[in-house]
Design a protein around this ligand. Sequence first.
Ligand SMILES: NC(=O)c1ccc[n+]([C@@H]2O[C@H](COP(=O)([O-])OP(=O)(O)OC[C@H]3O[C@@H](n4cnc5c(N)ncnc54)[C@H](O)[C@@H]3O)[C@@H](O)[C@H]2O)c1
Length: 330
Amino acid sequence: MKVLVTGGAGYIGSHVVDLLIERGYEVVVIDNLYTGHVEAVHPQATFVQGDLLDHARVKDVFEAHAFEGILHFASHTLVGESWEKPWLYLRDNVVAASNLLEEAANHGVKRFILSSTANLFDDPENIPIVAEERIVPGSPYGESKYMIERQLYWMERIYGMASCCLRYFNASGAHPDGHIGEDHTPEYHLIPIILQVALGQREKLTIYGDDYKTPDGTCIRDYIHVMDLADAHILALEALADGKSRKYNLGNGKGYSVREVVDMARQITGQTITTEVGARRPGDPDNLIADSTRIMQELGWQPEFNTLPHIIETAWNWHKNNPHGYAGRK
Ligand SMILES: NC(=O)c1ccc[n+]([C@@H]2O[C@H](COP(=O)([O-])OP(=O)(O)OC[C@H]3O[C@@H](n4cnc5c(N)ncnc54)[C@H](O)[C@@H]3O)[C@@H](O)[C@H]2O)c1
């Protein structure tokens, strides 16, 4: 089965491409390398450097290959940036997806997987957050994902394209053999930042507020290993053969506070890891934990790397062996 992976040179996309190839899929990656790295793309995947905003380029890819499915990772991804540069999100993320969907529909593609987000649930009524939770996007970033989810609703009704929206919580960790991992510049995610402190690349970690309504006052988040995410994508791709669209929340169902993550990273790295407490960031909820029961029951998804030590150990293995990410390997 031949699939198109947009953003397959990025953090999550590259791990999914790796697993797709391991499981026998033929993979074409399109990525503009805005934040991605060509070195992260599996050598057996066909790599096309291209921007989804370039509609003619997208059309060319569909003319050259017959895809049975699409996994769409390419996106601007930063909640904070989306408040400062909303049009990267409300326009570019949405136009990129529209170009892709138009060509997918024109070429008869019937399976589409979207990287959606927990940022759809800014004001959850219940924790853990179930798939049926009401949607209140927490930023222009979350809104852009919701707008794409709505496009998918119409794609199904008009073209019979089945989709699966996977609303990830905090993706983390790295491939267990350490050949690919997370490499963002600048880095905004908690675990890699903590590990940069452990490596002496940063002086300290700033904790954004310690007066949240949690036992130690720091925010609680649900961390999900990137390989477990990858496995969920492939299960979803296979399930869409029945033509039915789906939406799933993806997390481990257990939250860890910032201080708990730092303490675990101290144990695993053996480093001190200095922290300071700074001001709260606007819009950070106290507690975000996923209820992933639906994907477990419907698709039999079972996370394998579902403990914080597993997540931090694999991330540390990647960061300590690649302290300058992919750049250090060229
Ligand atoms: N990292 C997380 O914790 C998290 C959580 C929820 C959802 N997501 C979603 O998962 C997806 C992947 O996230 P990531 O952390 O791997 O991000 P990433 O930045 O590492 O990967 C995104 C990839 O898309 C490419 N790209 C961006 N815009 C493009 C365009 N217009 N045309 C072609 N390529 C383009 C980038 O170069 C990059 O390789 C995103 O859609 C993100 O919104 C991530």
